[in-house]
Structures are given as structure tokens and as C-alpha cells.
Design a protein around this ligand. Sequence first.
Ligand code: NAX
Length: 312
Amino acid sequence: AKEPVRVLVTGAAGQIGYALVPMIARGVMLGADQPVILHMLDIPPAAEALNGVKMELVDAAFPLLKGVVATTDAVEACTGVNVAVMVGGFPRKEGMERKDVMSKNVSIYKSQASALEQHAAPNCKVLVVANPANTNALILKEFAPSIPAKNITCLTRLDHNRALGQISEKLNVQVSDVKNVIIWGNHSSTQYPDVNHATVMTPSGEKPVRELVKDDAWLNGEFITTVQQRGAAIIKARKLSSALSAASAACDHIRDWVLGTPEGTWVSMGVYSDGSYNAPAGVIYSFPVTCKNGEWTIVQGKNTGKYDPITC
Ligand code: NAX
């Protein structure tokens, strides 16, 4: 039997946490044969709710779940973890300036960065979900200098999956037949969802999305804004922000990173930029990547000439 993998979820008492922990315990993130031990961190006001989530995990009797740590202590939460999914953070509230949220998150990510740096398992893989995801990931990197930059990523897979979903709806094809969209830049409304290299598997082989959609106005307009504004549309409809889709995307991100992307397929990940595609170097930026043996590589040569990476 495989050794259990320890997976940390911060903000585990929140709504993404509530959707995410059962997925992890069911093997959606790391595979149906991979036992897991869940480490859940939240803050003291949420301690009781966190304990309720732990009770439900026990009640669900997940065969792969070999243990649960539920705590408000960052050091205890980070100890020995192999994967860290950072969902906890300070949300922007009405009337708050962006810089106020930023300073709250700097102090949160600073202390969690040192807890991870000192107590996580060697080679721990980190995924930051909490917004602003790219910035929080960079803060974490700055305050955990001994964690290799390649191990710190942020979530843009939700945007990637949203783009696949829009194409599948437009063409009335299975979403599993659509691939190789790209999310460039930030997880924010300035991102560029790019279909210029995306394809659909059809009965007569793989075809470019642009050839099948035949509606450049839609691809260059409504498609892009729908993906960029999807988070707001979900809030309007649900009166709550995206949770199950965010949790599912977090599982996709870690699964592909750890277990590899399929041959001929790339995915979007926010990763430490080396300046590829003239994107600024030294920031966490979303690129097309392939993964193999637990390492991501930026896919080169997918310039579109139609966007400016600096503004994403
Ligand atoms: P919730 O407010 O439901 O949950 C957040 C949880 O984090 C709460 O339980 C809170 O007590 C906890 N928390 C706050 N400070 C903490 C700290 N210092 N340590 C540990 N836990 C702490 O938010 P939810 O809807 O779950 O969203 C979580 C984050 O994901 C938000 O920042 C949100 O903006 C971000 N999102 C990112 C997405 C992405 O694609 N990158 C998409 C979905 C989501 O909007």
C-alpha cells in the first residue's frame, strides 16, 4: 500500500474548503489509490465550524482518508505536508481599498510562508487559491526563500476550465474533447483567455477551435469577457462566489502537476515567470505548461501576436 500523502488546506472552514476536502478525501486530487491525511487550518473564530467539517469527514467514512488534523495553529497545520492548498485569506469587503486587503494578506502569507518553510515536507508543492492569488503566491515565495520558486504556484485552472466550458457550450461538443486553451497573466479580469491554439477532437480528427466556431466576433469579444467576468456572474446568480468549480480546479491543478499532463495537452498554471513571452520576470504569471515527473515546464512558441502580456 502507498504511504499517505499529507495535504494542507487553509481556510478549510470556508465554502471552497467545504467543497474541496471531500474531493481530496475521495482521491480526486491525487488518485483513487493514494491514501491521504488532511491537514485543515482556519482561524479561531472559525474553529467550531472547522471541527464540524472534521466531524463530517469522519461521518463520510472515506476509505482513502487515513487521518484529519483540524487546527488553528499554522505550525501544527504545516508540519510534514507534501501538498499545501492555500485557500484562506482576507476577503475584500465593501469600502476596503485594495491596499488594505493587501496589507492584511501580507501578514497572513508571511507567517504561513515561514510555517511552511520550516515545517512542511521537503519538496512540498504549494498552490495559492486565495485572492489576489498571483500576489499572495509571490508574497509566500518572498517570505519562504528556501522553498524553490518552482514549487510555488497559483490557481488559474478555474479560468482555463471556464474557457473550455464556454467552447464546449458554443459548439455543443463534449468538454473532454476541447483542449489547449491558454490563460495568460493574472487571475483577475485583466487575464487573456486565448483560444488561438485550442482544438476540438471531432470524428474526423483534431480541428482548431477557430475553424469550428466560425464566429470571430464571438471569440474575440463575448467569449473573452464571459470568461473574464464569470466569477462576478456566479456571485450574481448564487449570491456566493464560485466554490465547487474552484475546488474542482484546485484538484485538477495538483493532479496534473503531480501525475503529469496527457501527451499533447497543456494546462494553465500561475507559475514563477522566467520572462517567457516577454511577460515580466520574477512575478507569478499564468502560462501554458506541461507537467512531467512532478515538474512543470512553460510551453514555448504559442505567441498569438494579438495580446500584450505586460497588460495581463
Ligand atoms: P470563505 O470566506 O468562504 O472562506 C475563507 C476561509 O478562510 C474562512 O473560513 C476564513 O475563516 C479562513 N481564513 C481567513 N484568514 C485565514 C488565515 N489567516 N488562515 C487560515 N484561514 C483563514 O471564502 P471562499 O469562498 O472559500 O474563497 C476563498 C478564497 O479563494 C478567496 O480569497 C477567494 O477570493 C478565492 N478564490 C480564488 C479563485 C481562483 O480561481 N484563484 C476562485 C474562487 C475564489 O474566489
